[in-house]
Structures are given as C-alpha cells and as structure tokens.
Design a protein around this ligand. Structure first.
Ligand SMILES: C[S@@+](CC[C@H](N)C(=O)[O-])C[C@H]1O[C@@H](n2cnc3c(N)ncnc32)[C@H](O)[C@@H]1O
Length: 185
C-alpha cells in the first residue's frame, strides 16, 4: 500500500480532527481557573473560534487576534477582538496573559516571533501552548509548514520548561522555569 493510501486525506481525518486539541487545552484552562491564574486568555489565530469559544469562558477577560474579519465573526463570547496580524497586536499590547494559545501563521519564523512576543507578556505562572508543532507523519511532514522547528529553539532555552506532545498534529506546552523563594529550603 502506498503512503498516500494510508495517510490520504481520509486517513488523516480518521487520525486527527480540527477539534481534538480543545479538551486538553480546556483542562489546562480549568486548572488555571482553580489556581486563580485566570485573569486573561489570548488566542493568536481563531479560524472558526471552535477553541476560543470554549477556552475564553474560563477567563475574566479574553482577546482573540486574527487577520480575518470572518474568523472573528464566529466568536460567541464576550471578549476583545483584534483584526490584525499578530505582530501588530504585540506592538500595541500592554497586558499580561495567563494562557496564550499560539495558532496563527505556521511558518517557523512566525511561530518563533509569536512565541517570543507571547513570552514577553506572559504572567509569572502563565502557560503558552503552541499548535501543529509535531508533523504527524512523513507523508504530511509539511502539512503544518515547519512549525515543528520550534522544538529545536526551545531545547536551548534553559530558562523554560516545555513538552512537545505528539498528538493532534502536536501541542507544545511551555512555562518559565520559575523557582519560588519558598521552595528553597
Ligand atoms: C489553524 S487556524 C486557527 C485555529 C484555531 N486556533 C482553533 O484551534 O480552532 C489559523 C488562523 O490564523 C490566522 N492567521 C494566519 N496568519 C496570521 C497572522 N500573521 N496574524 C493573525 N492571524 C493569522 C488565519 O486567518 C486562521 O484563522
């Protein structure tokens, strides 16, 4: 059997869906709420707001950023909507966020820039999640552009903790390697 037959469009559909990542992010959002780290949520890249509409409900304030006006039209929760490039959003932004979901332009250079901008406005115990960072198989290696290269960047950042889960096209979860004063005994 050819790879195309195994991993053809239908095959990939059976292995992954566009909403599979949401329950995992939802559980992290629920945990942040329980820990009272749920002031602000930021999602970069909204598409049909399937993720945003679920996750935003766990936060006091949420911001959606997308270059597509149409994408922002799918939002059905109270929030701030910014129709612009992610880089333009970060130029003006002065807020800190407790959870940031990076899922806009999947070319590595954009993913890295979005990640570094996100890190600059992450709250002390905040979490960044990036999507499509683990190409699902050889046949679909370029399906998510080269977003997966962010792993090679992160591995050299000793000030960060991260895990790149090989599920749902890849979900990379990152936080700062903070050591609290009261942990030093
Ligand atoms: C993969 S979809 C987002 C999916 C959504 N996060 C979800 O989980 O359902 C990518 C979105 O990013 C937007 N986008 C692409 N490049 C962008 C950029 N440079 N700035 C802002 N949005 C961008 C696209 O318009 C598209 O809606």
């Amino acid at each position: 059997m050819e790879n195309g037959e195994v991993f053809g469009k239908k095959g990939l559909k059976n292995m992954y869906s566009k909403v599979d990542h949401i329950p995992l992010i939802k559980e992290i959002a629920r945990g942040l709420k329980r820990s009272k780290n749920n002031k602000r949520y930021l999602e970069l890249g909204i598409a049909k707001a399937k993720c945003f509409n679920v996750i935003a409900r766990y936060f006091n304030e949420s911001t959606a950023v997308d270059i597509s006006e149409k994408a922002l039209g799918y939002i059905d929760v109270d929030c701030f909507k910014r129709c612009c490039k992610t880089s333009e959003f970060f130029n003006d932004n002065k807020e800190k966020f407790d959870l940031i979901f990076v899922d806009a332009d999947h070319h590595y250079c954009s993913v890295e820039r979005d990640f570094l901008d996100s890190l600059n406005c992450l709250s002390e115990d905040g979490v960044i999640i990036m999507h499509d960072t683990y190409a699902p198989n050889e046949f679909y290696a370029d399906h998510c552009e080269d977003a997966w290269k962010i792993q090679d960047y992160l591995i050299n950042r000793k000030d960060l903790q991260f895990i790149n889960l090989p599920v749902f096209y890849g979900l990379t979860i990152v936080k700062r390697h903070n050591k609290k004063e009261y942990w030093k005994k």
